[in-house]
Design a protein around this ligand. Structure first.
Ligand SMILES: C[S@@+](CC[C@H](N)C(=O)[O-])C[C@H]1O[C@@H](n2cnc3c(N)ncnc32)[C@H](O)[C@@H]1O
Length: 348
């Protein structure tokens, strides 16, 4: 790359001048002139004015290219500059274990394999990159299409995530898992610890929409916290992962419709802590799940609630649980709705 050799004291002045002429390359690095320690070498581009270029000696020196800042900096290895410059590249992607999932629009899709390869270059720990074509079905699983896989590695969407220091196996193409609620799950652990202290004994816990078990994983790791445990899900693939992820001597793991559990007399009024995480339907399902909770037990769940329904949802919760009800907005879901968390004690 071409550099100006300038006296050290002129460095700032020349840098400003090159910047004003838009002749300073991105990530430009000034270095010492090896032939004269009182001079500095400043890289420049072809936009330099003749006047500036004529003022100082010009040297051509080999430089390391600046490190790539994101995957887009690697696209030059796979696509012509004309395409790179004329395309709007996606800026967001999601890491799930050793996978990257990325949404693409119509124009980006034809360059999907180059995007995938560029992402693999940028993220050394990523094994494979998939286009995320959205969530489908009642199990809310992702429709994924392979864009690129690291040479010699498997294309599988099965992967292992780490949440709060715990490992969990999952597969976004067959089961639901989102790291977005990981903070909420820390709250669930705190809630359980407080309840355990209050009752002075291990808890009987029921998570009938357990997915791959991210809420239960930190609970079973806590000594003396879990007494009896029921983990269920309607998705058979999730139940397979539950069996792998939730290893606890008292765990009962089943593929069953949560709405049917109230028909099992031995499960009714049997649990101190009930988790209800089926956000699009939590409030509708609650009357069917509530019989599982013991008197004075706590239900903790997440629900998508329209702004206009917020007050009536509080009234609904009071009518089911009694006085001790808390409903909180956790984050925005759409222009008119929020993801809310409820925590309620059964006192009726
Ligand atoms: C939003 S996910 C929550 C999973 C998990 N609790 C978590 O936090 O990642 C809802 C789960 O409920 C399961 N599900 C949907 N309908 C169900 C039903 N009627 N009975 C039991 N599980 C159901 C889905 O398969 C999915 O795994």
């Amino acid at each position: 790359m071409l550099h100006l050799s300038v006296p050290s004291q002129d460095t700032q002045h020349v840098l400003q001048r090159l910047k004003a002429e838009s002749a300073l390359p991105e990530g430009a690095r000034v270095c010492m002139d090896p032939s004269d320690s009182n001079r500095r070498l400043i890289p420049f581009t072809e936009s330099i004015s003749q006047e500036t270029a004529a003022q100082y000696p010009v040297l051509e020196i080999e430089t390391d290219s600046p490190p790539a800042r994101n995957y887009r900096d690697h696209l030059t290895d796979f696509l012509p500059t004309s395409i790179i410059e004329s395309t709007d590249w996606p800026t967001r992607h999601e890491f799930v274990g050793d996978l990257i999932l990325m949404k693409l629009d119509e124009n980006q899709r034809e360059f999907g394999d180059s995007i995938g390869k560029a992402l693999l270059r940028q993220h050394a720990r990523t094994r494979a990159v998939f286009e995320d074509r959205g969530v489908t079905g009642i199990f809310r699983v992702r429709d994924l299409k392979l864009l690129a896989v690291r040479e010699g590695h498997e294309e599988t969407t099965r992967t292992r995530i780490v949440e709060g220091g715990h490992h969990l196996w999952t597969d976004p193409s067959t089961v639901y898992y989102s790291s977005r609620l990981s903070h909420e799950r820390e709250g669930t652990l705190n809630c359980a610890m407080n309840l355990r202290q209050e009752l002075a004994r291990p808890l009987s816990i029921c998570d009938p929409y357990a997915g791959v078990g991210p809420s239960l994983r930190p609970l079973i790791a806590e000594p003396e916290l879990v007494g009896e445990l029921f983990a269920g899900d309607l998705n058979p693939a999730a139940v397979e992962f539950l069996r792998e992820n939730i290893i606890h001597p008292t765990a009962t793991i089943e593929c069953i419709d949560a709405l049917a559990l109230k028909n099992r007399l031995e499960m009714c009024e049997n649990y101190d802590l009930l988790l209800i995480n089926i956000p699009h339907d939590s409030l509708q399902h609650l009357p069917n799940i509530l019989p599982l909770l013991r008197s004075n037990g706590i239900a903790r769940g997440w629900a998508i609630i329209e702004d206009s329904d917020f007050e009536s949802s509080i009234v609904q919760l009071h009518s089911m649980f009694g006085e001790e009800v808390n409903l909180e907005v956790r984050r925005s879901y759409s222009a008119t709705a929020n993801l809310c968390r409820f925590e309620a004690r059964k006192t009726l």
